[in-house]
Design a protein around this ligand. Structure first.
Ligand SMILES: C[S@@+](CC[C@H](N)C(=O)[O-])C[C@H]1O[C@@H](n2cnc3c(N)ncnc32)[C@H](O)[C@@H]1O
Length: 153
């Protein structure tokens, strides 16, 4: 993203991650300390550390912090944190308030089938959000298992 999306030298990105993993990481026994190290090492390699702000906390807490700071709005939001529908719904509702009209939101794992309980997957939350906000969002077709929409008002 830093190399391909943040082309302008003034562009900024905010990353919110607990680096504690989620249900998918427990299942796959992924070492999150190592994932965190790789993340920071990859950022460093781009030489764009100054363009990146990392909030190492739950996404709802981080998003509320940005809202409280009256953070300027975003052109692009990528939702790919907790897979629990309750968390994804909170991520969408809170982050949408900072998405520019004309801005793009991509939600990962829309068609993720890692859990049999649909409340443990993002789809239910993305469907609920886009139904409730249907007048403000426009579906953008994507070719993989993600879901994308543009804010139109
Ligand atoms: C599927 S990974 C995706 C990470 C990153 N978006 C990527 O593509 O490499 C999900 C990430 O969400 C983080 N996470 C899980 N629950 C979270 C929560 N409630 N708030 C913030 N981050 C969370 C995990 O630590 C993990 O790094």
């Amino acid at each position: 993203m830093l190399n391909n999306l943040l082309k302008h030298s003034d562009s900024k990105i905010v990353c919110i991650d607990t680096f504690e993993g989620g249900i998918e990481h427990v299942h796959d026994a992924i070492n999150m300390t190592h994932v965190r190290e790789i993340f920071f090492s990859n950022v460093e390699k781009t030489g764009r550390m100054d363009s990146v702000r990392v909030l190492e906390e739950r996404s709802d807490t981080g998003l509320l912090q940005l809202l409280q700071e009256n953070h300027e709005s975003f052109d692009f939001i990528y939702v790919d944190g907790s897979h629990y529908a309750t968390d994804v719904l909170a991520d969408l509702v809170l982050s949408f308030r900072m998405l520019k009209v004309g801005g793009l939101c991509i939600c990962d794992d829309y068609l993720w089938e890692g859990q049999s309980d649909p409340r443990h997957s993002p789809k239910m939350a993305i469907d609920a959000f886009t139904s409730i906000f249907s007048e403000q969002v426009q579906f953008v077709p994507v070719i993989n298992t993600q879901f994308a929409f543009k804010r139109i008002q």
